[in-house]
Ligand binder design. Structure first.
Ligand SMILES: Cc1cc2nc3c(=O)[nH]c(=O)nc-3n(C[C@H](O)[C@H](O)[C@H](O)COP(=O)(O)OP(=O)(O)OC[C@H]3O[C@@H](n4cnc5c(N)ncnc54)[C@H](O)[C@@H]3O)c2cc1C
Length: 442
């Protein structure tokens, strides 16, 4: 039997592609060697956000006096927090399994290897071997994701350290935690363990945390986190690690930081190297597509999902005719940091506009201009920053303050649809909502 579509990898890219293809009548087989849901559901987006929510609830309990509510001596139990995280993951993975069944997708558990079809000719049939069985398909989508990058830091291979995977399973709060890498994953874990009482230090090689996000807002978030007790070393290189010690160097000066635990989070790299795709996610062989982290482009679950939709729509268009949605657009991919307060941005940053030489103006307002924000964030601060092009187009929106992760969707729609400041201003926002800050800032 020849499948219409084979998909390797059951993360956000793979399961989205499989569901869409199955629902549209394509005979689809999905190979997953570990757990359906991939990194995102099992050891990424969902587990981290579940842990961060527990930390937020604990923090709310500790600071509830500010709202006229008292909670006497709130405590937490990390093993219960982890158990709840595991329950959430199990529930969502079961949901994906149900979706696959509903869409008529055949799910095969095992490591799949593409054995034929790598030639760059259209005619070749594609063969995949999994568990000793050969599967033939007309089209293939590679969705094999990414893995933690391990840099060659002296001493690392002889030292016990955490990656994000181990950090999600640990049931004791370390007395001190040194996080190598101040990207999104590192900063989210910094918030989590800091809230639970660990002495957290973040070492970042560049001059600001959260590279790629708006620099001004990242610095403001860093200041907030510093107030909460997290220590940051910027423009600093980790030169060696050993059991309980991290040696760093800044401007030629060396220092050692004690570390009961080390968390390595310097980024992720695709499981396959050199996968190149066009705007329809097709590789050089037009019957083979690649979506999600494996392309090494965005390394975000929501990008993976949209890329999978684009790929399957293209496959359906080529087999059934019609235009089902068009090429992949990277114009409005939101970036979110689920700290407390949250930071989110979409579209261009000031840094990227300057680099591209694009003229822009900045509209910026404190979150306190939104009544709902003031009502819900006692002594809280935040910023809404909107970047406007010379023609009035909204080029970028950046938010610091809760719930930035939800509000950024409004901005994403506006940017993706090419809306101007005046067009977005003419939309009615419900009152009172924190989202009104966007309309207010425009
Ligand atoms: C700690 C952490 C937090 C994160 N938080 C967020 C977040 O908040 N928001 C966000 O957007 N992104 C987040 N990410 C990133 C997100 O998890 C990834 O972008 C997303 O999972 C990519 O989806 P994917 O489908 O491309 O790959 P993956 O989710 O990596 O899935 C790939 C799957 O392919 C399987 N596979 C690989 N090779 C084979 C093979 N040969 N045969 C069979 N199966 C195979 C793997 O087992 C895996 O299940 C986070 C990542 C981490 C590590």
């Amino acid at each position: 039997m020849t499948y219409d579509l084979a998909i390797i990898g059951g993360g956000p890219a793979g399961y989205t592609a499989a569901e869409l293809a199955g629902k549209n009548g394509l005979k689809t087989v999905l190979f997953e060697k570990n757990a359906l849901g991939g990194v995102c559901l099992n050891e990424g987006c969902i587990p981290t956000k579940t842990l961060l929510y527990s930390a937020k609830v604990y923090n709310m309990a500790k600071t509830s006096d500010k709202y006229g509510v008292s909670c006497e001596n709130p405590t937490f139990d990390l093993s219960k927090i982890i158990a709840r995280k595991n329950k959430v993951v199990r529930k969502l993975v079961a949901g994906i399994r149900g979706k696959m069944a509903e869409a008529g997708v055949e799910v095969v558990t095992g490591e799949a290897i593409q054995v034929r079809g790598e030639e760059k000719t259209v005619q070749d049939k594609i063969e995949i071997v999994c568990n000793g069985q050969t599967y033939t398909a007309k089209k293939l989508i590679l969705c094999t994701g990414s893995e933690t990058a391990i840099p060659p830091i002296p001493g690392l291979k002889d030292t016990l350290f955490w990656t994000s995977r181990e950090a999600l399973e640990n049931k004791d709060v370390p007395e001190s935690l040194v996080i190598i890498g101040g990207g999104v994953i590192g900063i989210e874990f910094a918030t989590f363990f800091n809230t639970l009482g660990a002495k957290v230090t973040v070492v970042e090689m560049t001059d600001e945390i959260l590279g790629g996000m708006d620099k001004e807002l990242s610095a403001l978030l860093r200041a907030e986190l510093t107030k909460k007790g997290i220590e940051f070393h910027l423009s600093t290189k980790v030169v060696a690690v050993s059991e309980n010690l991290v040696a760093i160097e800044k401007d030629g000066e060396k220092q050692s930081i004690p570390a009961a635990q080390i968390l390595l989070s310097v980024g992720r790299r695709p499981t396959l190297s050199g996968v190149k795709v066009n705007e329809y996610m097709q590789t050089e062989n037009p019957n083979i597509y690649a979506c999600g982290d494996v392309t090494g482009f965005s390394l975000l679950a929501h990008t993976a999902v949209r890329e999978a939709e684009v790929a399957v729509n293209q496959i359906l268009s080529s087999s059934c005719g019609g235009d089902r949605g068009g090429a992949m657009s990277y114009k409005a991919i939101p970036g979110v940091v689920y700290t407390n307060p949250e930071l989110a941005g979409v579209g261009k940053t000031e840094e990227s506009l300057k680099k591209e030489g694009v003229a822009y103006s900045v509209k910026q307002l404190s979150m306190a201009y939104a009544g709902r924000f003031v009502a819900e964030n006692e002594q809280g601060s935040g910023i809404c920053k909107i970047l406007e092009g010379a023609d009035g187009a909204i080029l970028g929106v950046h938010l610091l303050g809760n719930p930035a992760s939800e509000l950024i969707v409004i901005a994403g729609i506006a940017i993706e649809r090419g809306m101007t400041v005046d067009q977005l201003k003419a939309i009615v926002f419900p009152h009172p909502t924190v989202g009104e800050i966007i309309k207010e800032t425009l």
